[in-house]
Design a protein around this ligand. Sequence first.
Ligand code: AMP
Length: 257
Amino acid sequence: MADPVKNDRAAWIQGPSARCETPPEAIANPWRLILLGAPGVGKGTQADLLHQRLRACHLSTGDVFRAAGKQNECDLSPAMKAALDYMRRGALVPDATVWDMVRERTGCLRCGGGFLLDGFPRTLAQAESLKQLMETENLPLTAVINYELPVNEIVARLSGRRTCEKCKAEFHLVERPPKKEGVCDRCSGRLYQREDDRPESIKVRLEAYDRSTAPLISFYRELGLLLSIEATGSPESICERTLAALTAWRALTPASA
Ligand code: AMP
């Protein structure tokens, strides 16, 4: 089997002055997708799998905050320090901070390989800002994938999730355990439990989702961009379901895609 494609996403994670080691190849009709869904529904895992198949880069705002959290405190701007406090509590970071960060990385949205936005936008204000930017840049979205899962399954997924410190691959203690406990199958990095996957933060995150992010479903439905996918079953079967739905979607909406 061919080696998995893994872009280091340096320009996204470290900021626009960094250069990606292996930028995705520009393609004729890149996929520009937003992944929506409650925390724990598996967006990160799906973004990773879809990246392997569609080549589009996995752009997660949460990953940018987590990378900032590993830096020396003195190197962080006051806005980023405040953002990390929100994140540790499981609360949403203020729109202005998130938007400054995304706007700075517009180059990643222009990337000829396309993109898979994961965890952004998360509020109507962020969605409006993104819409305006994409219109100005003439970058039509292909679709907005909304992953759907019952709330009890979401809580089970979040509390069992373990993430690789190095390559960010995700595992689950029960559903997708690593071959060796605490060690990433892909890169041998250490697996850890994200601070915001602890029970007290999970509750806050689900409330924030209901209040702030769920309204994006209607927003994108009204724009004719919403593609809902049932997020039950193995990650691989969800990915196949998504790819089949995307192929059918493109066949139906070639102009916007
Ligand atoms: P995630 O990995 O997408 O679940 O994000 C982890 C945390 O980062 C969230 O719980 C928020 O605190 C923060 N965060 C990430 N993306 C956003 C966003 N678009 N808007 C506000 N907060 C965000």
